[in-house]
Design a protein around this ligand. Structure first.
Ligand SMILES: [Mg+2]
Length: 380
């Protein structure tokens, strides 16, 4: 292992250290802000990526010059809701999403989610999951909008089963197709495992994700959606197997990664891609300066794939940040990105919440009946 990787791993410290929480939440913001430059680009030459990143060192530029987009706006809502409710509360979260959108609608939200957010802002809304279910003639969205904001669930609760459950519920507020919300489950799982130090053994990391997603994708709704959309029986598992194959190759081109995993706005075409970016950049790459930490490599590589760069870099950033910790992030990058300082503060509070709830805590949802209408029973 290269010395830089050893140093970064040492800096991140023990599993679930504060450094890892800070790294995850801050690097997610960085991926979003820095990745926005190339969003939608079909081809991104590595020279353009490096030019963009080198520009962040220019101290004459103002603080927070790179604005965050919907990825961070919605992630902030998740964080604030988890912290203020000390657990998952779908009504509170739905309300925060709607409020955030109406306060700042120009953050690059997709047109589909805007319809949902407008319905969620209605004071009459009873079932907060209904607007998402109504999307696309009742089929629901399979975009990556649920996955892009899933990291905080892994940072709030230590219990894996609970993380899977709330990541799914949190995504279903806007993405009711299993190919959408299971992308969020996979992203949260990846952050959870990374936080535990699991990326020290990359092949075991991917095997564990496959095992977990085998179970997740065995559900009837997932099997049915995959059939309807003519995907593999267990689409995310199939992609994770492709990642394992790519990891075993001595050389992988950007074109191969895009053709095998995708770089688009569907969760299936971006969450596995983000995971691959992290795994691929664990070792130094010729294309990047030797001085780069693994986290810097991961963000840079995510941008070079083009496509939905802000979201892929945001998701890859969260996973990588949970592995390398805050020390692997350059100060100049933090300075340039709107919301990075807030993320750092919030990460410290999530760290407290996580360590307060060894069993994952009880969520609002668990305190309610199936249809979610029963009165809250948990004391505030
Ligand atoms: Mg965005």
């Amino acid at each position: 292992m290269a010395m830089t990787a050893v140093r970064a791993a040492a800096a991140a410290g023990v599993p679930a250290s504060l450094s890892r929480f800070r790294g995850a939440l801050v690097a997610a913001v960085l991926g979003d802000c820095i990745g926005g430059e190339f969003e939608g680009a079909e081809e991104v030459p590595m020279e353009s990526v490096m030019q963009h990143l080198n520009g962040l060192d220019d101290e004459t530029k103002g603080n927070g010059i790179l604005e965050y987009s919907d990825d961070t706006a919605m992630t902030r809502c998740v964080v604030q809701s988890l912290l203020s409710r000390a657990g998952f509360d779908e009504h509170d979260l739905a309300h925060r999403f709607a409020k955030e959108y109406s306060a700042s609608p120009g953050r690059g939200y997709g047109s589909g989610v805007v319809q949902v957010l407008k319905k969620l802002s209605s004071p009459q809304i009873n079932d907060v999951y209904q607007p998402a279910r109504d999307q696309f003639n009742g089929r629901g969205s399979f975009g990556n909008g649920g996955a892009m904001r899933a990291a905080p669930f892994a940072l709030a609760f230590p219990d894996l089963a609970h993380v899977k459950k709330v990541a799914r519920l949190g995504a279903m507020l806007t993405h009711s197709c299993s190919l959408g919300y299971n992308g969020a489950v996979l992203q949260a799982l990846a952050v959870h495992l990374s936080l535990q130090g699991a990326l020290a053994l990359p092949h075991q990391f991917i095997s564990r994700l496959i095992t977990e997603m085998e179970e997740v994708e065995s559900e009837e709704a997932a099997l049915r959606d995959a059939r309807i959309l003519k995907e593999a029986e267990k689409p995310f598992c199939e992609r994770l197997h492709r990642i394992r194959d790519l990891m075993d190759r001595s050389k992988v081109s950007i074109e191969e990664v895009i053709s095998e995993l995708g770089n688009g706005i569907a969760a299936l075409h971006s969450v596995p891609t983000a995971i691959f970016c992290v795994l691929h950049c664990l070792q130094p790459q010729e294309s990047f300066p030797e001085s780069y930490s693994g986290l810097e490599r991961t963000i840079a590589y995510s941008l070079a794939l083009g496509g939905d760069t802000d979201t892929i870099a945001c998701m890859a950033g969260a996973i990588a940040g949970a592995h390398y910790g805050i020390e692997a992030i350059p100060q100049s990058w933090i300075r340039c990105c709107e919301g990075a300082d807030d993320a750092d503060v919030n990460a410290k509070w999530l760290h407290v919440l996580y360590h307060k709830s060894p069993q994952g805590g009880r969520s609002e949802t668990e305190d309610k009946s199936e249809n979610g209408t029963e009165k809250k029973t948990r004391a505030e």
